[in-house]
Design a protein around this ligand. Structure first.
Ligand code: THU
Length: 129
């Protein structure tokens, strides 16, 4: 299954009863393994988590840390724009030229890079002051 298809499939499992806005993410790492995530909302609203966070957590729990490509799928006339926090999370495990593909379930997509989505990100090197 393509990353797009995996993202669409996992999006069906999103728990989004409050916003009604379901998001699915699929990413591939250098070993070829793929990981998926969906948003998981909570009655205590701030406790909800984004789809990107779920996929990245699954990747890290599996011992992987280098995103090669990531697809983010949500409904909309134009592809989703990931939230700021998720841009930072993606940046932690990407290179500036890592492809981040934003899509809707119809297959309309926009290809960006991690660096385009979050230029001048806060980096580990900033902690070395
Ligand atoms: N959401 C994501 O999962 N990823 C994003 O990049 C943007 C927003 C989720 C959070 C919440 O469950 C719903 O979409 C509406 O904001």
């Amino acid at each position: 299954m393509s990353l797009f298809e995996q993202a669409c499939e996992v999006r069906g499992n999103a728990h989004a009863p409050y916003s009604g806005f379901k998001v699915g993410v699929a990413l591939r790492v250098s070993s070829g393994k793929t990981f998926v995530g969906c948003n998981v909302e909570n009655a205590a609203y701030p406790e909800g988590t984004c789809a990107e966070a779920g996929a990245i957590s699954a990747m890290v729990a599996s011992g992987e840390s280098e995103i090669q490509e990531i697809w983010i799928v949500a409904e909309g006339s134009e592809p989703i724009s990931p939230c700021g926090g998720c841009r930072q999370k993606i940046s932690e495990f990407s290179k500036p030229d890592t492809p981040v593909i934003l899509a809707n379930p119809n297959g309309d997509s926009v290809r960006k890079t991690a660096g385009e989505l979050l230029p001048d990100s806060f980096k580990p090197s900033h902690l070395e002051a």
